[in-house]
Structure formats: structure tokens, C-alpha cells
Design a binder for this molecule. Structure first.
Ligand code: AMP
Length: 190
């Protein structure tokens, strides 16, 4: 299936970041991760970073207006003309609606929402494991993990209901070895 305008979707711990690195290489498009953008701002202690930190440390979403403005600026750059890989955005229905509007204004059509599906318990186990490996502040506390999962269920998962009627959701089983999961993702683009 043609088209390189892609959203990578799934619960925290689904492996979006890992798969995004591989998919970026395959498609040769910029990888736009809102989580990475926020972490960059937090590390550099910018104003945006100070706002983001307050929310991300407790497992909540950074407010839509802040996040949407940041993504809008990024999608306005020339390097997304040949495609893009959005990772971690949209994460709420208002964000999905805004993305539609932003892309519409740019004359771009979203081709695929790659939904990496992983069951709740597996997600919890993975996040706890990642905490010991990567040392991410938002992985360390079980309460924060719980919050992030609830945020996903309540705010992010409804994006799939928004996208399903558009027939662009590609469901991928996220259980298994990294290369096996990537094989399933690759098949979407062949
Ligand atoms: P991630 O690395 O994608 O799990 O993102 C880490 C944290 O950044 C999240 O828990 C949120 O606090 C924040 N974040 C990332 N993407 C978004 C988004 N699209 N909307 C709101 N907050 C976000």
C-alpha cells in the first residue's frame, strides 16, 4: 500500500519508539516523536519543558493547545513533504481532529494509522522493565504507570474510533520479537 504519511499508535510500552526507528529507515521520512520533543525541552529547561515536565512526570497528557502548537510548527517544515512518521501524536480526539485540520491546510492526506496492539498486563511488565534499563522518570513509579495506562484508555484509545471509519487503521500484533513485529509493520508498506 502506497503512502508515507504515517501515525504510529499504541499504548505506552507497545514498542512505538523501537519500531519507529526501524520504520523511519525503511520509509526514509522524518520521525516526529512528541515524547522525544518534550524530553528535549525538559532536558534543556525551556519554558515549554517546564510545562511539559509537570504533566509527563505524573503520567498525564501535556495540554492539547501546547502539544498541537508544537506539532503544527513541526509539520509546517519542508522535510515532511515526502512523508512523516508521527510517534505519540495524536493522543486525544481533539488532537486527532487538529491533525486532520493541519494536514488539510497543508494539502496532505494521512495514509496509515499503524496500531500496535499489546495487552494491559504485558504493557505493565514492559514499562516496569524499561524503568530499570532506561531510567525514565515516568516509568519508575507504578502509580505513574497506572496513570499513563488510564490516560491511554480514556483519552488516547478513542482516537481509533475516530480513525476506523476512515479505513486507515492498520492493526498490528505487538507481541513477539522486535523483528517479528517489524515484519508485520513492513507488510503494510509492501
Ligand atoms: P512518550 O514518550 O510518547 O510516552 O511521551 C512521554 C510523555 O510526554 C507522555 O506521558 C505525555 O506526558 C507527554 N506527551 C507525549 N506526546 C503527547 C501528546 N501527543 N499529547 C500530550 N502529551 C504528550
Amino acid at each position: 500500500m502506497a503512502g508515507k504519511n504515517v501515525v504510529l499508535f499504541g499504548p505506552p510500552g507497545a514498542g512505538k519508539g523501537t519500531q519507529a526507528v526501524k520504520l523511519r529507515e525503511l520509509l526514509d521520512v522524518p520521525h516526529i516523536s512528541t515524547g522525544d520533543m518534550f524530553r528535549y525541552h525538559i532536558k534543556n529547561d525551556t519554558e515549554l519543558g517546564r510545562t511539559a515536565k509537570e504533566y509527563s512526570n505524573s503520567g498525564r497528557l501535556v495540554p492539547d493547545e501546547v502539544t498541537i502548537a508544537m506539532v503544527k510548527e513541526r509539520l509546517g517544515r519542508d522535510d515532511v513533504k515526502g512523508g512523516f512518521l508521527l510517534d505519540g501524536f495524536p493522543r486525544s480526539v481533539p488532537q486527532a481532529e487538529s491533525l486532520d485540520k493541519i494536514l488539510g491546510e497543508l494539502g496532505i492526506k494521512l495514509d496509515h494509522v499503524v496500531n500496535i496492539a499489546v495487552a494491559d498486563q504485558e504493557v505493565k511488565d514492559r514499562l516496569a522493565k524499561r524503568a530499570t534499563i532506561e531510567g525514565r522518570a515516568d516509568d519508575a513509579d507504578p502509580k505513574v504507570i497506572e496513570n499513563r495506562l488510564n490516560t491511554y484508555k480514556n483519552q488516547s484509545e478513542p482516537c481509533l474510533t475516530f480513525y476506523r471509519p476512515k479505513k486507515i487503521v492498520r492493526d498490528v500484533d505487538g507481541i513477539g520479537a522486535i523483528d517479528d513485529v517489524f515484519g508485520r509493520i513492513k507488510a503494510i508498506f509492501s
